[in-house]
Each structure stands twice: as structure tokens, then as C-alpha cells.
Design a protein around this ligand. Structure first.
Ligand code: ZN
Length: 507
């Protein structure tokens, strides 16, 4: 019996590693594809990626996997597993059920539909024709409704979709969270508008910011944050991203705009935050599906923490503004630290989510959440979306898109069927403020540390309390162990009100 257990565990580990290695290979291929693979090689590369992902998918849904899961879920066997492999079994079971409950031909049909939908979405966006995209979106919603029936759900149907990206999150919790945010953020945005104290950020757009100099400065900041260049690299791509192979190889990208100073720098810091997380996962989890972030929300908390809470703070720039002026002496001539700080924190209701500031950003997410929830619960239909979008933008942000291109068609997510993903961004913002509060309690001289550029201490604290656990702990377990409580949006509200009432001189 004992011997059988050992042997079975060994074979199971082999299978788990094999799946992980396929995924690592895929990650390298994706990275290469998006950072400069020759155009003519793309179609052939797409085939290789298709073949390898099918292979990895087959392994994780194979009869062999099912046998292992059944074996290790038996009480006697389960008790002999260490805590890591108990969690591995749970994770593999989740993946297995997610795909196995869907009939194979239905799954294939869906994969073809969503890949087609993405190029149709692109065309619909470019030509501002929602009617091109809507038949695809209708089908995608319909597929998701059928998936939910197959997967099962508790309470609200949308819960099943939420849980995939943020285990444990429910509509009930989110409704409460968004309601609290809306109550305080909508009036704050109005006060900011009424203050008449809009910062001048024209200095970011009036000069030519040489990409190589932007890169030089981004590299310097990443180094100060503790991003390990012996375990990563910074490249350029159309859209910034982080991609992880193993903790020893976590790569990030940014995009340099010569006539927009702040975009590339803050993207680098943002992706750097994601990368720090992945670089500092414990090596005990190597080769398992647990060697990654625990949820999209916690991941986003790490990127937002560095980008906004640290990277857009006065203390941070008290330390690095002089360095920045050495790299761009003419471009920032005559711009004081105060003026620079106010400019990077300009709040303005706008139409496009990815360009939104940290105050209005959550309102953009709220609109998407409400629409998704209503679609999945059949309270609205796809044809209503352009109108609902405009109404909600007007209600929450006070701006109205003139067309669907800058409205309902702006995001790629729905074309790929990623319903339930958007809330992760706001959850990330909320978590980041909670984590910030916890760090402040830990270091009573935090402001001074940041002013002195001692960012490594912060990185180490995050590594010890959050990063190292990978997916071994759930998002709620991590949050509770770090902050002593569950999700609580009041820290984000407090942070935003304090920071922006000062910047905008609101009493
Ligand atoms: Zn991110």
C-alpha cells in the first residue's frame, strides 16, 4: 500500500511537471511573438502555439489525470499528502472539472467562436460598427450561460464566473463593495471638478522624450524596486504585459511614446509590481500550478500598489525627481517637484478605461460589472449595450461617448469571453489600499523610508507576507493574514479622499 502511494505520487508529479513545462514553453513563444517576432513567421508560430496548448489541455483533462485525482482524493491517500500537494490536487481538480464538464465539441466550437470574435471586434471597433460584433457577443453570452449550467452555481449565476478569477468572490459581496465606492467616489470626482484647481500636465506632452532615455529611467526605477534583472528583462511591445516562465524568468514589457512622458514609466512600474510577485514565489512550489499569483485581484493589487500608491506618491518623487531631471534636464526645466507631483495625479473623468486616473478608474469598472451581471442574469440583451453604456457613463462619470468606438467597443475582454474578469481591477485597487494600511502599521517611518528610496524593505515585506505563498493560500487567506480582515473598501476610499482633497485643495 505504502509503496503504491509513493509510486503513484511520483507519476502524478511527473504529469504535473509536464503540464507546467508545456506552459512554460508556451509562455516563451508568446513573449517572442509579442516582442519582435518577424511578421512572416506569425502564422506558422500560431500553429505551434495551437498544438502545444492543445497538448497541455489534453494532459490536464486526461483519463490519467482523472485517475490520479480520484486516487488522491480518497481519504487515506489524501491524508498522506503534504500541504503543497493537497493544494495541487485541489487546483488540478478545479481545472479538470472546468473543462471536463463541457462536451468536447462544444468547447472546440467556443474556441473557434472567440478567436474569430476577436478579429471581428477589432474591425467593429475600427469602423465603429457595434452591429458587426453584436451577433458574436450574443453567441458568446449564450455559451457562457450554458457553461454556467454545466458548472453549476450558487446564488447568482454570475458567481461562477467571478469565482474563476477571484476564488470566493460573490455578487453579494461585490454589490456592497461597489455601492460603498460609488457613494463616496462620485461626489469626490464632482468636488475635484468643482475645485477649479486642475493641474497643468502639458509638460508631459510638449517635448520629445527620447525612448532610450525613457528606458534608462524605467530600468533605474525597476532596479530600485528590487526587480531582479538576473531573473527578468524589460522589452518593448504594443501593449505592456508581464509574462512568467518560472520565478527565475519573469519578463515585462512597456511601450514608449516619444510625445507622452508618463505612459511608459508608469506601465513599467505597474508591470514591475506584477513581476515582483512572480519572482518571489517560494521555490517549494516550483514545477506546480501553485507557482503563480493566487488570483487576478491580488495580482492587480501588487501592480497598483507600486504604480499608484508608491509610484504616484509625493515621497517617492521627493527621492527620484532629481534623478529624472538629470535624464531630462531640458524637458523638465522650470518644473517644480510640486507641479510634477500634481501633474502625475491629474484627475479627469474620461471615456477610456485604460487611460483613466486612479480615482475615476473604479467607476469604469463598475459600469462593466453591472452590464455583465445583467447580461448573465438575462435582465438586458446585447442589443441594449450601446445605449446602457452611454447612460451609465453619463450617470457615473458625467461624460458621454459620441460613438461606440470610445464606448462599448473599447475593451477586448468580451470578445474572448472573459466575463467576470473586470472586477479584478477594482479588487486590486481595494486590496492595495488595505495592504498599504497594513504596511504603515508595520513601519512607522514608512514615509521616510520611501523618501530615502528604501524600497527594497517594502519589496521584502511583500515577498514575505504575500509573494512567497503563490497560490498555496486563497486570496481571502492572504488578505486576512496580512491585514487581519476581509475585503474592506473603506481603506481605498480613505486613501483617495486624503490624497486628492489635498492635491485639489478641497476642504
Ligand atoms: Zn495589471
Amino acid at each position: 500500500m505504502e509503496r503504491k502511494f509513493e509510486e503513484t505520487l511520483l507519476s502524478f508529479k511527473e504529469l504535473v511537471h509536464k503540464i507546467k513545462y508545456y506552459n512554460e514553453a508556451l509562455a516563451v513563444l508568446f513573449w517572442d511573438l509579442r516582442t519582435g517576432a518577424p511578421k512572416k513567421g506569425v502564422p506558422a508560430r500560431a500553429k505551434v502555439i495551437g498544438m502545444l496548448s492543445t497538448e497541455a489541455f489534453r494532459l490536464s483533462t486526461s483519463a490519467e489525470m482523472e485517475e490520479f485525482l480520484n486516487y488522491f482524493e480518497q481519504k487515506d491517500n489524501h491524508e498522506q499528502l503534504d500541504s503543497i500537494y493537497k493544494a495541487v490536487i485541489q487546483e488540478c481538480r478545479k481545472e479538470f472539472d472546468r473543462f471536463k464538464k463541457i462536451p468536447e465539441d462544444m468547447f472546440t466550437e467556443y474556441v473557434i467562436l472567440t478567436s474569430e470574435a476577436e478579429s471581428v471586434w477589432e474591425e467593429a471597433k475600427n469602423t465603429d460598427k457595434f452591429s458587426l460584433f453584436s451577433p458574436f457577443l450574443e453567441k458568446i453570452v449564450d455559451f457562457n450561460l450554458r457553461f454556467i449550467e454545466l458548472w453549476g452555481y450558487e446564488g447568482n449565476k454570475y458567481n461562477t464566473l467571478l469565482d474563476y478569477y477571484e476564488p470566493g468572490m460573490t455578487v453579494d459581496k461585490l454589490d456592497r463593495i461597489f455601492e460603498q465606492l460609488r457613494e463616496r467616489i462620485v461626489p469626490l470626482v464632482q468636488q475635484i471638478k468643482d475645485s477649479g484647481k486642475q493641474p497643468d500636465d502639458s509638460m508631459f506632452f510638449r517635448s520629445y522624450f527620447a525612448p532610450n532615455k525613457q528606458e534608462e529611467f524605467s530600468l533605474m526605477i525597476l532596479d530600485k524596486m528590487g526587480y531582479g534583472f538576473d531573473a527578468g528583462r524589460l522589452d518593448e511591445s504594443e501593449h505592456p504585459f508581464t509574462i512568467g516562465m518560472t520565478p527565475g524568468d519573469i519578463r515585462i514589457t512597456t511601450h514608449y511614446y516619444p510625445n507622452n512622458f508618463s505612459s511608459a514609466l508608469f506601465s513599467s512600474i505597474h508591470e514591475g509590481g506584477h513581476a515582483l510577485y512572480e519572482q518571489n514565489i517560494s521555490s517549494d512550489l516550483d514545477g506546480t500550478p501553485l507557482s503563480t499569483g493566487t488570483s487576478m485581484g491580488i495580482h492587480e493589487s501588487q501592480s497598483r500598489f507600486w504604480e499608484n500608491i508608491i509610484g504616484r506618491s509625493y515621497n517617492f518623487w521627493s527621492c527620484y525627481y532629481e534623478d529624472l531631471k538629470k535624464v531630462f534636464p531640458i524637458e523638465f526645466e522650470g518644473v517644480s517637484l510640486e507641479a510634477f507631483y500634481r501633474a502625475i495625479n491629474k484627475v479627469e473623468p474620461s471615456l477610456i478605461r485604460v487611460e483613466a486616473d486612479e480615482v475615476t478608474y473604479n467607476l469604469h469598472i463598475m459600469i462593466r460589472y453591472e452590464i455583465e451581471k445583467a447580461l448573465i442574469n438575462k435582465e438586458i440583451i446585447v442589443a441594449d449595450l450601446p445605449r446602457i453604456w452611454k447612460e451609465k457613463m453619463k450617470e457615473y462619470l458625467g461624460v458621454e461617448p459620441k460613438d461606440d468606438k470610445e464606448g462599448v467597443l473599447q475593451d477586448v475582454h468580451w470578445s474572448g469571453g472573459s466575463f467576470g474578469y473586470f472586477p479584478s481591477y477594482t479588487l486590486g485597487n481595494i486590496y492595495s489600499a488595505q495592504i498599504y494600511h497594513a504596511i504603515r502599521k508595520q513601519f512607522d517611518n514608512l514615509d521616510e523610508m520611501i523618501r530615502n528610496g528604501e524600497l527594497i524593505k517594502i519589496k521584502e515585506w511583500l515577498g514575505e507576507n504575500i509573494h512567497k505563498h503563490g497560490k498555496l493560500l486563497t486570496p481571502t487567506e492572504i488578505l486576512k493574514s496580512v491585514t487581519g480582515e476581509e475585503i474592506n473598501s473603506s481603506y481605498l476610499i480613505e486613501y483617495l479622499e486624503n490624497k486628492y482633497k489635498e492635491i485639489y485643495n478641497i476642504k
